[in-house]
Design a protein around this ligand. Structure first.
Ligand code: HEM
Length: 139
């Protein structure tokens, strides 16, 4: 392992580098009206989310990208389909979508169990363990 330079910035060996996907997703050079929630922007797009187009990297890119990509996409789709199919959604007490507080909060998502609560309900953690089980033949 060696130090390296990226765009003139020195990265000492063994540095931990965190890609700021939030900033990439809000870069006006990469996205039209980046601060607006426009799901339709994906309809006509040929941007690849498997790590080949760097303006959209939900699963990372390269050798350490997410091995659960296909499972993640499948499960997400199934969950949303079931939610839409099984429930009638509405906001309470005549609330309008604009009344919802969707203010962002600063933070980093970590994949680890919550030992304080009912961690069995932590769906991500169970999926993660299953993935390890299948990958390494049972841990
Ligand atoms: C929509 C769902 C998911 C998203 C958005 C997601 C996203 C990510 C991202 C961004 C990374 C880091 C990639 C990097 O460092 O470049 C990652 C790594 C990883 N993900 Fe996922 N993931 C998802 C679902 C899953 C699932 C379902 C599993 C397991 C069944 C999984 C297992 C892993 C593992 C083991 C790594 C570490 C890979 C490594 O460091 O070599 N992920 N994921």
């Amino acid at each position: 392992m060696q130090d390296c330079f990226v765009n003139g910035f020195r990265n000492p060996k063994q540095s931990r580098v965190i890609i700021n996907a939030w900033a990439i997703m809000r870069d006006p050079n990469a996205w039209w009206e980046p601060n607006k929630f426009l799901p339709d922007r994906s309809l006509e797009s040929d941007i690849d989310l498997r790590g080949h187009d760097f303006q959209l990297v939900p699963f990372g890119s390269g050798r350490r990208s997410c091995p659960g990509l296909q499972l993640g996409l499948t499960v997400d789709q199934l969950v949303v389909e079931h939610f839409v199919h099984c429930f009638d959604w509405e906001l309470p007490n005549g609330m309008l979508p604009g009344d919802l507080d969707v203010t962002e909060q600063y933070g980093i998502v970590q994949l680890e169990p919550s030992f304080e609560g009912d961690w069995l309900n932590d769906f991500s953690y169970i999926i993660y363990i299953l993935m390890l089980y299948f990958l390494f033949g049972g841990l």
